[in-house]
Design a binder for this molecule. Structure first.
Ligand SMILES: [Zn+2]
Length: 399
């Protein structure tokens, strides 16, 4: 049964498409939704008739957030580790193994319940698309089941068998890389769209990371990289070299890293003009939670690099599911304007997942939109910590 919905009397509509720059804003607007898609966007005064009408009373409406980096399949939490960090201990990434132990010991239903809880939490905060990674199993069976469970909640699943070398392989990392590229990849690939590696001192060096990503590419997985989070390193340039959709974290960047990202610029048919094929995804929740310096978004933006924002939701280094919180941090701490941050949290996230059906509100796009309890998207950064998401519509369906 066809059923149309007109979202009407929108005071400020962020389309990320044609319209007043930045953000393709339309005022006194309406959005017609048919069969889960945006069918029409324009002025309220000329809106077509629909089966149902949702009057939002002058509120701001924007595309649902696209969170392109999250680790939701895990067990346990690490609140004590957070408290220790806030008391002065540095973050090293070593706590990942704590979560690996708890995850291996959990049942499928326990893992599924955690993903469902966090995915629901994010949805209520306006996140309509969420990438989900494995990476806390680190055995053939545990990585495969992590991805199988993730795939119940998203089509953007990422195989992160190369999150850290598990304790039982600590003395023989080459053997673990062989496992990640061999039987573990074979078991994971049917449930994964992407492959990712934590390329960092203490995790995987550049040769191992390149080998792992190349194996994933060979079986059709897209490439993403955890890069340059804890210090300068080769991860960003490796990602560009391999045509990664995204390099994530980018906290410590050399001029060469920024140049490499900028050199991946391509001309685009879309209205924003050139954009980089490898997106720099910044995860300020991690810097917040590890009390680390924030990445320098302004430097990337000024070089023309496409920037996305994501939560990095995970129990160790960034246990937030709030994209609005990341927007506020990006504006306050990373040199982004509110418009740049909102774009990065919606259309930028879509670019990082190489998707053009989300992150925009233009005809043909998936009808994922968020109604704010505010007259403008500016309030997302202007009123940090306030629950401003009044209503979420996903696939055309009010949630
Ligand atoms: Zn991560």
């Amino acid at each position: 049964m066809s059923d149309s919905l007109l979202v009407d009397t929108i005071g400020e509509l962020v389309t990320n498409g044609p319209g007043t720059r930045p953000l393709g804003i339309l005022r006194d607007a309406a959005v017609l939704i048919e069969e889960g898609r945006v069918a029409w966007v324009g002025s309220s005064a000329t809106a077509p008739a629909a089966d149902r009408r949702l009057d939002v009373g002058g509120a701001a409406v924007l595309p649902g957030f696209v969170d392109s980096h999250a680790h939701l399949v895990f067990a346990g939490d690490r609140a004590d580790e957070f408290a220790a960090r806030m008391a002065g201990q540095p973050y090293t990434g070593g706590g990942i193994r704590t979560t690996v132990r708890a995850t291996r010991a959990a049942t499928d239903d326990e893992l599924r319940a955690t993903v469902r809880r966090l995915r629901g939490e994010a949805l209520r905060q306006g996140t309509t698309t969420m990438e989900i990674k494995s990476g806390y199993g680190l055995t053939v069976a545990d990585e495969a089941r992590s991805l199988r469970i993730a795939a119940e909640f998203t089509e953007d699943t990422t195989y992160l068998g190369a999150h850290v070398v598990p304790a039982e392989y600590a003395d023989r990392p080459d053997d673990y890389v062989g496992l990640v590229c061999g039987p573990m990849l074979a078991a994971a690939a049917p449930h994964a769209k992407w492959i990712d590696v934590f390329c960092e001192r203490g995790a995987f060096d550049v040769d191992h990371a390149r080998a792992i990503l190349a194996c994933g590419q060979a079986v059709g997985l897209g490439v993403r990289v955890h890069a340059n989070q804890l210090g300068p390193g080769p991860g960003v340039q490796l990602g560009v070299e391999l045509g990664a959709a995204s390099v994530d974290h980018c906290t410590y960047l050399s001029d060469g890293d920024v140049d490499a990202l900028a050199s991946s610029l391509v001309d685009s048919m879309c209205h924003e003009g050139p954009h980089s094929t490898t997106v720099a995804t910044l995860l300020p929740g991690a810097e917040f939670s590890t009390r680390s310096p924030y990445p320098h978004a302004r430097r990337l933006l000024d070089a023309g690099v496409t920037v996305a924002l994501a939560t990095d939701c995970n129990p160790g280094s960034s246990y937030t599911s709030s994209m609005a919180f990341c927007v506020a941090l990006a504006v306050r701490e990373m040199g982004m304007t509110p418009a740049e941050a909102v774009w990065a949290a919606t259309a930028g996230g879509a670019r990082a997942l190489r998707r053009d059906d989300i992150g925009v509100l233009t005809p043909g796009a998936r009808a994922d939109l968020v109604v704010l309890d505010a007259p403008s998207y500016l309030h997302l950064a202007y009123r940090p910590g306030v629950p401003l998401i009044r209503q979420v519509i996903r696939n055309g369906v009010p949630q």
